[in-house]
Design a protein around this ligand. Structure first.
Ligand code: FE2
Length: 264
């Protein structure tokens, strides 16, 4: 019996306007290359400076990314609060207080397969938002019976928090990734219960940079402790980092997960 496989390409934090342009140009090719059924990217730093704006979100979504997840920088740009209410394919972390614009999940329908895509913010070394464990539990309960495959982006600083969340939901979510640190981890694997997992996808940004920011700016900030304007490098070799999950549509569990890094 042939297993029906569903493939999710998850792309790490896109950093800055130039990386956004490069991702837009590359995503169609990557989609084919990896035979991805669904492409998800974290877009919270995709606009110039950081944050996400309407134009940037629209260009990423029209280039072949199906859902944008986000994190702590989602409200940075003016107008995002209105925009996110009108576009269900741009998520904000689910554990913001009730009444916050936008949603922390969407059920994406592709080729008859319904995928629950969720986004949550970690609380260790970050804003003291509501418990991410409870927020994910609530989204799973609210959407029970409405999806076949599920995906969770945990936007968090602490590797321990991401791992703990992944183990807590092991076997109940098809694919879990961490984002936010912009450094890809080497622990992509299927957990014992069947959840595909990686602690951090990494980023789409300049190779010779500090987390996508001009290295000189970050060095100066750390040496002088004075305010320094962060800029993104221009015209430099750029990495796209992420992971490819293959899921079994019969069981909703992951069959494999592999980390991806390529030049774009
Ligand atoms: Fe972040």
């Amino acid at each position: 019996l042939k297993v029906a496989e569903y493939r999710i390409l998850a792309i790490g934090d896109i950093v800055g306007a130039e990386s956004t342009d490069r991702v837009c140009r590359a995503v169609g090719r990557l989609r084919n290359e990896y035979r991805a059924d669904l492409v998800i990217a974290n877009g919270e730093n995709a606009a110039r400076g950081n944050g996400l704006d309407r134009v940037t979100a629209e260009s990423l979504l029209s280039s072949g990314i199906d859902v944008l997840t986000s994190g702590n920088h989602i409200w940075q740009k003016h107008g995002m609060q209105d925009y996110i209410d009108g576009n269900r394919f741009v998520l904000r972390p689910a554990n913001y207080p009730s009444g916050t614009p936008g949603k922390g999940f969407v059920v994406y329908d592709s080729c008859g397969i319904r995928v629950l895509v969720m986004n949550v913010l970690g609380t260790v070394f970050m804003e003291p938002l509501a418990c991410p464990f409870e927020a994910v539990e609530k989204m799973l309960a609210e959407n029970a019976g409405e999806y076949c495959i599920s995906f969770l982006d945990i936007h968090a600083e602490a590797t321990s928090e991401k791992l703990a969340l992944a183990y807590y939901f092991d076997g109940r979510i098809s694919a879990v990734c961490g984002t936010h640190t912009h450094v890809q981890t080497s622990d992509a694997r299927v957990l014992p219960g069947g959840t595909g997992y990686i602690t951090d996808l990494g980023m789409c940004g300049a190779e010779n940079s500090v987390l996508g920011v001009k290295k000189e700016c970050v060095i100066e900030r750390l040496r002088t402790h004075m305010p320094v304007r962060f800029e993104n490098p221009e015209g430099e070799a750029t990495f796209l980092e992420g992971a490819l999950y293959t899921c079994d549509t019969a069981t909703g569990k992951a069959l494999s997960v592999e980390a991806i890094r390529c030049r774009i």
